[in-house]
Design a protein around this ligand. Structure first.
Ligand SMILES: *Cc1c(COP(=O)(O)O)cnc(C)c1O
Length: 357
């Protein structure tokens, strides 16, 4: 009985990947904005319909670069407690203070109606997450951003391929970041990107992602966020398949929907969203019930994940964070079920039968 995890990395046919490696051996260029990286950036812009896309080493450094490129050097960043830890840790790593605003119980996204009350003179940015690829309340956040002149960064790590009102979800906000980690809908083994609205900010990212200099001219403080040709090659193999990945995810997602009773709370997908079916979250009545399910599934070698746990405002290395009762409650009761291209129908049926018991 092979192990079933919440996700499984897609690997393209080896010969196809080797075809790209042959090109690397031809040119001898393995990194530093090589031809495969440039080709992938172009393909990503076409697929997503965006401009100013920077392919970088991972989704976390993308968040850090976003804060740096917006020249946020001190103060508070309004953010969500319901996300992967990188959303909060990137803020802390940049020596900024995360200010947590609780989430909506039905979308798990930051509750936009509570953001205004958290804005102070020290607020320098809003960093929101499109949790599980469902769009935040973009209109309300946009209005606040304009009113208070605070830039918005969307951590869109789950949102690859999602359209909101016909436009890529990565095209909203001052900057959107994405992760191309092996566990995500589109992957380049490790990797990520920034989509930057303002050309001047984009030019800063361009310099900052490779040490801040051009030859001997050191223009600004930078970091190394470059990506190798080997990673770009994986991206080129996968980008041509993303539409198929999403269709297959949709099929599995709908099978779960069909087989699970309405007793399980599931977030709805808005009618103005073309979804990427990135995650299948399920909300249980209690943490005890969740633990019992995890236990029972483990016996069958099936491992759903506690996405997300714990609530980030309760991290041990954060002092005096805001209380977020909704997030603290939901993080205790939520699981994501296995969902990936290649997941067999029989396995989905088995998981549903176990849950229904
Ligand atoms: C995966 C993820 C990240 C981090 O991306 P990496 O590429 O692994 O650094 C950041 N935020 C969210 C919401 C994620 O799910």
């Amino acid at each position: 009985m092979s192990k079933i995890n919440v996700t499984k990395t897609y690997l393209p046919p080896l010969e196809e990947y080797q075809g790209y490696l042959a090109k690397v051996w031809q040119t001898g260029q393995v990194t530093n904005q090589g031809p495969l990286l440039i080709e992938l950036e172009r393909e990503l812009c076409t697929y997503l319909g965006v401009k100013n896309l920077h392919y970088v080493a991972n989704g976390t450094v993308a968040l850090q670069l976003a804060l740096k490129a917006l020249q946020i050097e001190e103060g508070e960043v309004i953010t969500t407690p319901f996300s992967y830890v990188a959303t909060t840790s990137s803020i802390l790593w940049e020596k900024l203070k995360p200010v947590f605003v609780d989430i909506e119980p039905d979308t798990f996204n930051i509750d936009a109606s509570k953001i205004e009350a958290a804005i102070t003179k020290k607020t320098k940015a809003i960093m929101a997450v499109h949790v599980f690829g469902r769009p935040c309340d973009i209109e309300v956040i946009d209005t606040l951003s304009k009113k208070y002149k605070i830039p918005v960064i969307y951590d869109a790590a789950h949102a690859f391929g999602v359209l909101y009102k016909g436009r890529s979800l990565l095209d909203y906000g001052d900057i959107s970041t994405c992760s191309f980690h092996a566990t995500k809908v589109f992957h380049t083994i490790e990797g990520g990107c920034l989509v930057v609205n303002d050309k001047r900010v984009s030019d800063r990212v361009e310099l900052m992602k490779r040490f801040g200099h051009q030859l001997d001219d050191h223009k600004m403080l930078g970091i190394n966020a470059k990506v190798s040709e080997f990673h770009a090659a994986m991206g080129l193999c996968n980008i041509s398949r993303v539409s198929d990945f999403i269709s297959e995810r949709k099929r599995i997602f709908e099978l779960y929907d069909q087989m699970l009773p309405n007793g399980f709370a599931r977030p709805a997908i808005g009618s103005d969203t073309d979804y990427n079916y990135s995650y299948y979250p399920l909300l249980f009545q209690s943490e005890d019930e969740l633990m019992a399910v995890l236990d029972r599934m483990a016996k069958e070698n099936i491992f759903p994940r506690r996405y997300f746990y714990p609530s980030l405002n309760t991290l041990s290395y954060i002092n005096d964070a805001q209380k977020c009762p909704i997030s603290e409650d939901i993080t205790r009761r939520i699981l994501c079920l296995p969902l990936y291209p290649g997941l067999e129908e029989q396995t989905v049926i088995k998981i549903c039968k176990l849950l229904n018991k």
